[in-house]
Design a protein. Structure first.
Length: 154
């Protein structure tokens, strides 16, 4: 498994940043390689991305979600990928967003891209674009404040 960890500080309050991140279907607006995210239900997402000219699709399930703190997911079909995004207050109007992704490269090209740091740079650029996206808005585009703990949705 390859591991990528990236973090960024955003000049917006914690709840605003978290609320925006829960709007998964908006991700293509600030993530260049993401073509579509479709929320199938509260816990399941269908992803369609284009990496190095190749389209990949998979389904992921959120197994832990704590408002203003953490979202954790794992793939349930397609390429093996698990991850977390965590949120921490860094001041009254500053929030740290930290992304950790573990993935299994499918082929030599993906292994090479991982070892050269290409995928890590892409995720870092996506975080920069998220920062710009949220900082240049008067408010988040929506929010979901529920909790997920395994099979339980509160």
């Amino acid at each position: 498994m390859e591991i990528i960890e990236k973090a960024i500080e955003v000049n917006s309050p914690l709840s605003t940043v978290y609320n925006q991140w829960t709007q998964f279907e908006i991700f293509p607006e600030f993530m260049d390689s993401v073509e579509e995210v479709r929320q199938m239900d509260v816990k399941q997402l269908h992803w369609k991305v284009k990496i190095s000219g190749k389209v990949k699709e998979w389904n992921a399930e959120i197994y832990q979600q704590e408002p203003d703190s953490l979202i954790a997911w794992q793939t349930i079909s397609g390429p093996v990928q698990n991850g977390t995004v965590s949120f921490r207050t860094r001041g009254p109007s500053r929030t740290e967003v930290m992304v950790r992704i573990e993935y299994q490269p499918d082929n030599l090209v993906e292994r090479l891209a991982g070892s050269l740091g290409i995928l890590g740079r892409r995720i870092g650029e996506d975080l920069e674009q998220f920062k710009e996206f949220i900082e240049n808005r008067p408010a988040e585009t929506g929010a979901w404040r529920g909790r997920i703990r395994g099979a339980d949705v509160v």
